[in-house]
Every structure is written in C-alpha cells, then in structure tokens.
Design a protein around this ligand. Structure first.
Ligand code: PLP
Length: 402
C-alpha cells in the first residue's frame, strides 16, 4: 500500500493573531511607527514589548532590536569585544553567529560539538585555555541545551563572558531557568522562522545595567534612552551615552504590535510544537539505526524542528535519502552536503573565518538530518512524515546501504 504524498509546505507559518494585525494597523493609522515617536508619557508598542518580554524571560532588562544578528553584534560589543579579540563559538551553528563575530572585527574560535549537537565542554575548556579567549557566544543550535550547570562553572573557572544565542530556544529552560539567563546576555530572534514572527526582529536580555546601557546606545537610542520599557536607570548612562556609537538597529512599533499577542500565546505554541516533536521522536526511535539526540532530564525544550542521525551513512547515500524523501514531498535538510543549501551551513563554508579542524563535528554533520516542524502541520501530518522517513531508512537498509 503506497503512502500518500506529503503535500504541506515546510515554510508555512501560522497567520499573525487578529489582535496583532489590528494593533499593527492602529500603529499605521497613527503614523507613529518609530519607537520613540510617542505622545506624552504614552508607552509605545516597542516599550510595551520590552516590558512584556523582560517579565516572560525573568530578566531585569530587555532591548528590542532589528534582528537576532543585530542582538548578537550589539551584545558582543557591549560586553567589551573589540576588533581582533577571539570569541569562542560552536562549530555547528547557523551563519549569522560567526557572522556577528566577524561583523565586530573579532575572530571566531570554533569548538567541537557532541553527537547530541551541543557544544563539547571538554573541547571548550581546552580551546579557551589554549587560545586565551575571554568571550563565548554559545549557540543553542536547533534548540539543544548543553549541561548548563557545568557550562556556568566552566565559564567562571575560565573567566569567560558568556552570551547566549537563543534563536532556537526562546521558551526553553534548564532546571526551570530560561535559556538566555545563564550568562551576561541572551539574544533572541523574531524572524519569520523562529518562535514568534515579526518578519525580522530581535530581543536582547540581561541583568547587567552597564551592559544594557551600552547596548541601548549601540542600538540607536540617540538620547532617548529613558523611553525604554525595561531599561536600566538613567544613571547607568552617565559615562556611556557619549562614548558609545549609535549603530541604528532599532525595532519599530508595527513589529512590536505583531509580536505582543504572539508572546502571550507562546506557552500554548510550545505545547503544540512539543506534541509534534514527541510524536515524531517516539516513532523514529523505534528503529535502531536512527539516532536521535539525547535530551537531558534538566532540559525543557521547544520542538520547533527535529534532528536525527544516520551514523556512518555515505555522502552518496545521504544524497539519495534526501532526494527520495523530496520525491514524496518531505523536505529533509542534510548538514553534511558539500555546499550550503537554504538555511543549512557548515564551518567549511565560512571562508571569512580562519580554517579550523573539527573532525568530531564533521563526523556528526556527515550523518545529520533536520526537519522544520511548523505549527501548520497537524499531528496526523507528523505521523505521515515519520512514516515516510522510516520507509526511506528501510529502503536504504534493504539495499545494504546502512
Ligand atoms: C536565525 C538565527 C539567528 C539570527 O537571527 P536573525 O534574526 O535571522 O538575524 C541566530 N542564530 C541562529 C542559530 C539562527 O538560526
């Protein structure tokens, strides 16, 4: 019995909630789109979003910016990174992460990942000691958290300032504490493919007043830093306001209006993502040759995408596997390809970074497959997706290729 073709789009996100659309239209009717264009003491949508997000995140301060990439660049500069500095980061992440380091003139030091797709903390300790790097841009790539207790201890021992890239972990936590709260700052993206959608956008959180004052001036606040929803007290700006450049990376009121109702619905979205993720993970785990990244008990994740490995698969067989699935409408990304495609990327294609040998990461990526799980997929869709993957794995196994 042939299985039905999968016909849904892997890039179709749900619509913006009607209340968000109405709020965005009201901003457009008012003409006051710029975040500082307010009447009297009335808080702008961006100020309200900053307040809402700081509360949700449990952070003292929140700054809304133009993108996740800008949040990372600003965080690096505000934490003290200057051109030529070394910044440790995961060897497996997406291009905006090494891109943010390069954009501030710093040099990435790439750290190996484990088969569970998180940063290898032993390699981190070695590379931090050998390189003398003082900064870590930790990427929770594809929503996987490393042992955050050990990471925090290591960072203290190694004297590392930690900035978390939480583009895939908005709403995830470790032992009840939200990702983004373990170091100096957390960077979030509200780009269309992340957990809340304003097309483009970013959020930066921290508990450090001086850091956040610098970040606010960097984001392009002119001298209007008092018009922030969750910013530090004016005294924090005393010295900083004149010695910090303005890099114009603000969020506008239309985007903030779109985001606020989505933030209110985020807890429900997380439940819906995890129902989809858990269903697929349980089905895929029934087959021994498929390896799923282990999820530690301390981690509470957001399953907005799923990863699985076929360890030892050859390049040719991986390409066949992806092509066969594409033939039945199933879009699986493979991180082991020679050329980056779409949003996949691997450290060999970051030619602006000094080449670095990452044999363990390369071995993991060679057999790593990835799939987005947009909330427009139903649970039945996810069952069908898992069954198509199982069929394709069974076909390779029957041909003696696995
Ligand atoms: C999307 C993404 C970012 C940056 O987000 P943008 O808003 O697109 O700049 C950072 N890190 C990772 C891992 C991402 O996937």
């Amino acid at each position: 019995m042939a299985r039905p073709q999968f016909s849904r789009s892997f890039t179709q996100q749900p619509p913006i909630p009607e209340v968000g659309i109405e709020a965005a239209v009201a901003v457009m009717r008012s003409g006051r789109l710029h975040r500082y264009n307010v009447v009297g003491d009335e808080p702008s949508e961006v100020m309200a979003l900053e307040r809402d997000y700081a509360l949700w995140q449990g952070a003292a301060y929140c700054l809304a910016v133009a993108s996740g990439g800008q949040a990372m660049q600003i965080a690096l500069r505000a934490s003290g990174v200057v051109p030529g500095d070394l910044v440790l980061t995961n060897g497996f992440t997406l291009a905006p992460v090494p891109g943010a380091i390069a954009a501030v003139g710093a040099r990435p030091v790439l750290v190996e990942i484990t088969p569970d797709l998180v940063i290898d903390l032993d390699d981190l300790a070695i590379k931090a000691r050998n390189s003398g790097a003082r900064y870590l841009l930790l990427s929770h790539m594809r929503g996987h958290l490393c042992d955050m207790d050990r990471l925090v201890r290591l960072a203290a021992d190694l004297n590392l300032r930690v900035i978390e890239d939480c583009a895939h972990t908005m709403g995830a936590s470790w032992n009840g504490k939200r990702s983004g709260g373990f170091g100096l700052a957390g960077c979030f993206s509200t780009q269309t493919y992340k957990h809340i959608n304003s097309g483009e956008g970013g959020l930066l959180t921290s508990d450090d007043a001086v850091f956040m004052a610098r970040a606010t001036i960097l984001s392009g606040s002119y001298m209007l830093f008092h018009r922030h929803g969750a910013g530090p007290a004016t005294e924090a700006y005393d010295r900083i306001r004149l010695e910090t450049p303005n890099t114009s990376a603000r969020m506008d009121n239309v985007r903030a209006a779109l985001l606020r109702p989505q933030l209110r619905g985020l807890a429900d979205s997380i439940l819906a993502w995890n129902a989809r993720y858990d269903l697929m993970a349980e089905r895929l785990a029934r087959v021994g040759i498929i390896r799923l990244p282990q999820r530690p008990a301390a981690e509470s994740y957001v399953g907005s995408s799923i990863q699985f490995c076929l360890p030892g698969i050859s390049k040719a067989d991986a390409a066949t596997f992806v092509a066969r699935l594409a033939g039945v409408g199933v879009e699986v990304k493979w991180f082991g390809a020679d050329q980056p495609a779409g949003f996949t990327s691997d450290h060999h294609s970051w030619q602006y970074v000094a080449p670095q040998a990452l044999p363990n990461t390369d071995a993991v990526l060679a057999g790593l497959f990835d799939m987005r799980l947009p909330l427009t997929f139903s649970l039945e869709d996810c069952t069908l997706l898992a069954d198509h993957i199982l069929d394709a794995v069974a076909a390779l196994a029957a041909e003696g290729r696995l």
